[in-house]
Design a protein around this ligand. Structure first.
Ligand code: SF4
Ligand code: SF4
Length: 144
């Protein structure tokens, strides 16, 4: 099993600098909900236990998988509003170093942002700059 935070996955991660992507929206196809483990913070693990059989493996909390799907996937995410940070970030990857085309300035921070081109929502929806801006305003993306 791989993690949503890692750069490899069973369906093949194809990391593209954000400038090559232009638009993105989650079309809730569930592709990323299969085969990938979802790392949880301790707080998320506690919060999500009431919805299903979340279990902990080593230091990383992951969802119990049934038939290769996240336990919360039933055609679509059953806890979409409550989904954890790893799911909210995907398919965006934030790095301290990278290519010029991945460079993104956020306040005084220099961040390199990549998008997994394997995600079905790439090329659709909202301008990708807006999505990145929103993610950066919500999450601490580096040094975690
Ligand atoms: S693969 Fe992309 S579009 Fe499909 S559910 Fe995951 S994030 Fe959404
Ligand atoms: S919590 Fe929802 S979005 Fe995240 S992997 Fe599970 S089904 Fe997919």
């Amino acid at each position: 099993m791989e993690s949503l935070n890692l750069e490899t996955s069973p369906f093949g991660v194809n990391l593209l600098p954000w400038r090559k992507v232009k638009r993105w929206v989650c079309i809730r196809c569930g592709r990323c909900c299969s085969s990938l483990d979802v790392p949880l913070t301790y707080r998320e693990e506690e919060r999500l236990r009431k919805y299903g059989d979340v279990f902990r493996r080593s230091k990383i909390g992951v969802y119990l998988k049934k038939d290769d799907y996240c336990i919360f996937f039933d055609g679509k995410c059953e806890i979409y509003v409550e989904r954890p940070e790893a799911c909210r970030r995907y398919p965006f990857y934030f790095r301290e170093k990278g290519d010029d085309e991945a460079f993104y300035r956020y306040n005084s921070e220099k961040i390199y942002v990549y998008v997994d081109g394997s995600c079905s929502g790439v090329g659709k929806g909202e301008k990708v700059e807006k999505v990145i801006q929103r993610l950066l305003s919500r999450f601490k993306v580096l040094g975690d």
